[in-house]
Design a protein around this ligand. Structure first.
Ligand code: FAD
Length: 447
């Protein structure tokens, strides 16, 4: 028996059921396909991280006596070709949720004729999408009951890492450079990709970080999202290692949010680009406001601080993702898809399930049970960045201003603002938020 282990978003050798099962064959060929369709949509930041992951995975597989075969093209074609070359009888791959992943799985099935396709669950997520559902429904549309069920459902056992792999002798192919795959500018402060870096981070997180798990001011978050996105770390191992302290439980709850959004998207793949719950919004068009938002020049410091962090780190704190998204979709009333796409152009952790379903949540077209609420950036900044530490870090031009002015741009001295080259607010937030609420309430009551 010869098995192909097709890596996708599971770029790890630890707790990887795909590799574990493939390794039970007499010979195994680990494979990654540089998928043109994915790379065309990828962002330079994500592609750079992916290449780190592949380099690291290749090193780990070599230590196990194998290597990582790299091919470029359409996965179904490349896998079918390799099946013929090595006489494979089975192909192992992880189940995934996006509309594209589902198309990929179907094309693989069609291309493989006599070779078996074995799709493994609970690799990308901790609980497989579709396994937990309320009676008579195909998914949970509300988080709280989902979380109750999720918490009460045992996880699959951790998959053993193979001690050694037997791979036929063959050329594995050169890893391309980032410029060859996805030219374009990188954010300057990107994290290093790969399972080794991811596992180090997990260790540090549980040893030192999680005790301060919290919000913008001084609190830390794990920054594991890119490693989870590419499967460098296993969500099941992460949950398994968590203790019972309050911050650890809060952290595990966030991993349940990740599973929640994945199961919504798996059941409704169109929700990646279409309103999950249409509210009859007629989004405004305002290219200048959109541009100001992208550049972090809206004149609302907490929004701009988040957007600048995104540009420099390819990552943004969850709190500012929420504030920036609410501001775009509700205060400016621009189509959430514009904002989601801008995030996807930069986020190292960017994926359709977490990004687009969170955007829909914030835009009130998704699974939020209070879709008409709008975040007030001043109140958010006062509550979650009380000393203005986060704003000062990301908007150094405003660092010497009093905290009051950072929280509320109406308290900023116009002369001081101008001297620092910082723009006045592009919108009257209170007025715009009131307008959004009234418009939505009117539509809700006439629906
Ligand atoms: P931690 O707080 O340490 O949480 C641990 C892990 O839990 C995260 O790594 C992530 O995998 C998961 N998680 C945490 N919060 C959420 C959440 N609200 N929804 C789903 N999973 C969550 N997350 C992404 O991974 N990719 C995205 O593209 C993405 N886009 C977002 C867009 C918007 C508008 C919003 C509001 C949130 C988005 N999130 C996204 C969710 C969340 O902001 C990030 O997962 C989190 O900020 C990552 O930082 P961390 O790893 O330090 O998180």
């Amino acid at each position: 028996r010869t098995a192909i282990c097709l890596f996708t978003r599971d770029l790890r050798v630890h707790d990887n059921p795909v590799l574990q099962h493939a390794a039970q064959a007499d010979r195994v060929v680990p494979l990654f396909v540089l998928d043109e369709a994915v790379l065309r949509r990828s962002a330079p930041n994500r592609t750079a991280f992916l290449l780190d992951c592949l380099r690291d995975l290749r090193g780990s597989l070599r230590e196990l006596g194998a290597g990582l075969v790299l091919r470029a093209g359409a996965p179904a074609t490349e896998v079918a070709r390799l099946v013929d070359e090595v006489g494979a009888t089975e192909v192992h791959v992880a189940a995934d949720v996006s509309a594209y992943a589902q198309v990929r799985e179907n094309s693989l099935r069609q291309a493989l004729n006599d070779c078996a396709l074995l799709v493994h669950d609970a690799v990308v997520t901790a609980q497989p999408p579709g396994h937990l559902a309320p009676s008579g429904k195909d998914h949970f549309a509300v988080f709280t009951p989902y979380f109750r069920r999720w918490s009460a459902t045992p996880l699959r056992p951790i998959a053993a890492t193979p001690e050694a792999l037997r791979m036929p002798r063959m050329r594995t192919g050169k890893l391309p450079t980032r410029e060859e795959l996805c030219p374009g500018e990188l954010s300057p402060d990107l994290p290093p990709g790969g399972e080794t870096a991811g596992r180090d981070l997990v260790q540090r997180w549980y040893a030192e970080g999680v005790a301060d798990y919290g919000d913008l001011d001084g609190g830390t978050t794990s920054r594991l999202s890119p490693y989870l996105h590419f499967g460098c770390v296993s969500p099941i191992e992460l949950i398994d290692q968590a203790g019972d302290s309050e911050p650890e439980r809060a952290f595990v709850r966030q991993l349940a949010w990740r599973d929640f959004h994945h199961q919504v998207l798996a059941a409704r793949p169109a929700a990646g680009h279409r309103d999950y719950r249409p509210r009859g919004d007629r989004w405004r068009e305002d290219p200048e406001a959109f541009q100001a938002w992208c550049e972090g020049r809206t004149g609302i410091p907490i929004v701009d601080a988040g957007m600048r962090q995104l540009a420099t780190e390819g990552w943004m704190h969850n709190r500012t993702r929420m504030i920036a998204a609410s501001f775009l979709a509700k205060t400016l009333h621009l189509d959430w898809r514009l904002g989601a796409q801008h995030f996807l152009n930069l986020l190292v952790d960017g994926d359709i399930a977490n990004n687009n379903m969170n955007w829909q949540w914030m835009a009130g077209t998704g699974t939020d049970t209070r879709p008409n609420r709008v975040l007030n950036p001043t109140r958010q900044a006062q509550r979650y960045d009380p000393e203005g530490t986060y704003i000062r870090r990301h908007l150094p031009e405003l660092a010497d201003l009093p905290t009051r002015a950072l929280h509320n741009p109406n308290h900023m001295d116009p002369e001081q603002r101008e001297a620092r080259g910082y723009p006045p607010p592009i919108v009257d937030v209170a007025e715009a938020n009131a307008h959004f609420r009234t418009a939505r309430d009117q539509r809700s009551s006439s629906a």
